[in-house]
Design a protein around this ligand. Sequence first.
Ligand SMILES: [Zn+2]
Length: 439
Amino acid sequence: MDCTYKTNKYKLPLFHTVSVTPWNTTFTSSYCFIAHEKTEDYIWALRAMNEAIQIETKPQVIITDNEDGLTKAIASVFPDTKHQLCLWHIEKKVLEKISKKLGRNEGTESDKVKEFLTEWTNMVNHSTVSEFEDSWAKLQEKWNETASGRDVIEYLTNEYIHKKEKFVRAYTNHNLHLGNVASSRVEGAHTALKKCLGGSTGNLYIVFESMEAKLNEQHIAASKKLSDELQLVPNRLNIPLFEQVVKKISSYALGKVYEQYLKFQRYHQSKEELPACTKYHQHALGLPCAHTLQNQLPRACVHVEQPTAFKDIILELPQLQMTDFASHWWLQKTSVHPILLPLIKTNNDVNTFTQNLNISQVGPGVASSNQILLDHALSRIGSQFNKLPTHQQIAMLGQVVGMAESDPAISKAVLEPAEKTDGCGHPVGAKNKRKKIQA
Ligand SMILES: [Zn+2]
């Protein structure tokens, strides 16, 4: 999300948010004019946006420029959403600073500037926190030796390092950012809008009309793409691995997993071990990776010395399921039944599955051992559920609802609110309570 200017004669900033489709294309998700760019203006805009969307489409990640007012507003309106800062803008600012401090030649980048920028870029792109911290320590040590280097280090410390979780890849790669680390998508949308407007002398209605035309265009394009996807499956995706998910998961996401399948095949055939899994696919893209595929096979198949032939492996590979994909990639979204909404964790609290499902802790001697085992298993499942990222929780609950709806008895038990009991197992207000025996 970002503001764009020079769209209207009143000089009002246009606050614009764009999102990503299951086909990895960009679409406008909201826009409005704001009077100023203060925290309260952004809070108003984000609240209006929040009211218009459902919990299933609440943003998992928001990417903006480094702007304090907007940062505060996001933390206030979307406390569960991961906020990232545009890497490209940070690099631009850092380059400006180091050119001023370390560059000697006017207009050209000195060797020192290039050297510093390369080290900075490598540092923010590390995939583990320890690598990042190591690089930052080395960068400080090296550049603190000169006065100009110290100035740059001080600037970076004050301006960016305390916000490292918002832009350093070692941290942001745990967010479901779908591969986005810069705000280039919204800037592309601004450029397209301005081409339509042809100037900044129009009134607000002209901007509104252009935006509405764009929204219509994108709606038509998305509807067409969706109907194509529901009918046709690209040939290469017609493999047993995808049998349960074709026409249900976007072909873009399946294509990404297909690349991982080929990677797994390549390593397997060359009898090499896959490099260690960074979990980037699972966390940042919400997709299974080559390791996921390998881990699903019996150990004997992946024995590096005497591997099973790949054509036989294909037969052993379990088919991928909807829950292996973040719901972002689903072609048809399941909405979570309202009664199950409290199960979805909010604000990282300990809103436990078992507490919400009111799974009773039955003491031994009262219940059968099977019941105790079941309670124990459910409580274990509950704690696993709490550890899942929100998108996987939503995906799982979607499946629970699907299962429940296919059977009226289960449906009643799962989807209707549990009757409150009075502590003796009787519904509140029930008439046939056993009378308490007076001593
Ligand atoms: Zn992996």
